[in-house]
Write a protein that binds this ligand. Sequence first.
Ligand code: PGA
Length: 244
Amino acid sequence: MALRRKLIAGNWKMNGLRADGIGLARAIAEHARIGNPACDLLVCPPATLVVPVGEAIAGSGVALGGQDCAPAEKGAFTGDISAEMLKDAGCSYVIVGHSERRHGHGESDDEVRAKVAAAWRAGLVAILCVGETRAEREAGREVVVVNRQLAGSIPGTATADKLVIAYEPVWAIGTGLVPTPADVNAVHHSIRSVIPQGARILYGGSVNPKNCGELLSLDEVDGALIGGASLKADDFWAIAEACR
Ligand code: PGA
């Protein structure tokens, strides 16, 4: 089996003014420079900080990503940011279809698919988020829901090098709740059967330095997408170290 190098990705969400973001980025870059990470590292700051964070991590090996992108390349879309703009600002990844976009901004699978296509048009790797709600989990529908999201959100031209899936149960995001290792492995296993061979599948939802060891040791888990714990450089690095 080809070894998939793990990816540890920080989703900073709408957190951080300049000083905080640059400080956090510098601290992560410093860990990466001296620590010889055993995984790929990625930080996704808010759009206002993409450029200064890019400067702060330059040469450290830590990659830069956006948290969302518009489907269109340019034009009259007030407030939106295109994938080309993220690429131009130094990004190599973009998160799309995060549950806070799907549920908070009403994004449909069609819209998410257009965003994934936009990411690829600009030469970015898309981190496509999928995951069931608590009610869907309680009804035992997690695999059905995730498969429907995957079918609706992945363009036909997918290849392993430009697609990362993040399985993030909505009920696990920011709540401290985490599915059992067996449940995570089962959903990842099902995802694996419908995506290009070799594509990475991250787990996301309340990953922290305490629970990361068990999650990252699972066969089907190729890394983590981390919200809260990515805002502390030492915690983020501790999670990266669990890949060793
Ligand atoms: P969390 O967020 O780690 O704070 O649960 C994860 C995410 O939303 O990507």
